[in-house]
Design a binder for this molecule. Structure first.
Ligand code: SF4
Length: 338
């Protein structure tokens, strides 16, 4: 009988539950996200929640060149598909990823137009909606649940390798939670607390929608022990997937100044340390959580320093896998079901 990581049956025989592997297993093929800028703004910038935004935020640093709000969604999708075809020649289907700013921050009628426009692209099989936890309500989530259950787009049909007669789009909601602690959230001027995030994740999962969340490792006021302890809080959320980024301090942001003034308040990681630290995190994370990312990749022109060099995500994934193997460990090894 399998004793170690084999007993979890992670996709592709890995020692952790990779999101790419989850997609392949669930839908029978690789799905690629295409980042879109649909022209949204953010309540933490326009004054309805706050002004100036989160202290680390510069949206330009986080989205690719093909995605700009001056272009139609179909044009961004076509250009994004061309862009990704170079690396993933055999990919046939895509997820429209509403990423820039807060992608549920508009009246429901406007959201419907945008999401349904993206879903009308013949290569798009679903949408991923990145947003803040304080930017959803019952009506918006009910609509998304109806969309995911095939009650909105009567004639919508797609043929995936694992689901040749798919009649409803894939719908994933991805919340920027960033930290499970209110003190760092206040310090980065996030404009919401952890309880708001917990409530939004629950309301979304209750409707049968897949929920993802994003966290930043290394925010000011958050120690390594706090980050490790936050795994228990993350495990308790009804999430399907998680993304983690090491904090990268983007030029020109308020955080750049804060870091210059008080570097002792920040946990910074050398690459080798981060690999070990992330393995420590993985050991504590629920094995059913899919890991979509464990590092961020801000283009070098947006940062003052690149302490890890110009190493690509694919190489970092390889290093993480090697580290898991060297330590003979796996995701969930220290996880205790609550
Ligand atoms: S919520 Fe997102 S878009 Fe808004 S300020 Fe914060 S990081 Fe930027």
């Amino acid at each position: 009988m399998a004793e170690g990581f084999e007993k979890f049956g992670f996709p592709e025989g890995k020692r952790y539950n990779s999101f790419v592997g989850y997609f392949k297993r669930k839908y029978g093929e690789r799905l690629q996200k295409i980042v879109l800028d649909a022209g949204f703004t953010c309540p933490n910038r326009d004054g309805s929640v706050g002004r100036g935004g989160c202290t680390y935020c510069d949206n330009a640093a986080f989205h690719p060149s093909y995605s700009t709000s001056g272009k139609s969604l179909h044009q961004q999708l076509d250009e994004g598909i061309e862009f990704h075809k170079v690396r993933y020649r055999t990919t046939e289907h895509y997820l429209a990823y509403f990423q820039s700013f807060s992608n549920t921050y508009a009246p429901l009628e406007r959201l419907r137009e945008l999401y349904e426009e993206a879903l009308s692209h013949p290569s798009v099989v679903g949408i991923v909606i990145g947003t803040r936890p304080d930017c959803v309500d019952e009506a918006k989530l009910d609509y998304l649940a109806d969309l995911a259950q095939g009650r909105v787009l009567a004639d919508w049909r797609r043929s995936l390798a694992g689901e040749p007669d798919r009649t409803a789009p894939i719908v994933i909601v991805e919340y920027g939670i960033e930290s499970c602690y209110d003190v760092p959230l206040q310090r980065i001027n996030r404009g919401h607390d952890f309880e708001t995030a917990r409530r939004a994740v629950r309301m979304t999962a209750e409707r049968g929608l897949d929920v993802g969340a994003h966290f930043i490792l290394g925010l000011p006021g958050e120690t390594r022990q706090m980050m490790l302890d936050s795994c228990a809080l993350i495990n308790d959320l009804p999430l399907r997937s998680v993304k983690f980024h090491q904090l990268q301090i983007v030029k020109g942001t308020r955080m750049e100044k804060e870091y210059a003034d008080s570097p002792q308040d920040f946990e910074r990681f050398a690459l080798d340390e981060y690999l070990d630290f992330f393995v420590d995190m993985l050991e504590r994370l629920r094995p059913t959580l899919s890991i979509e990312r464990f590092v961020g990749e801000v283009p070098p022109r947006f940062v003052n320093e690149t302490p890890w060099g110009l190493i690509r995500n694919v190489e970092l994934i390889r290093l993480l896998e090697q580290r898991l193997e060297a330590r003979m460990t796996w995701q969930g090894r220290l996880y205790v079901e609550g």
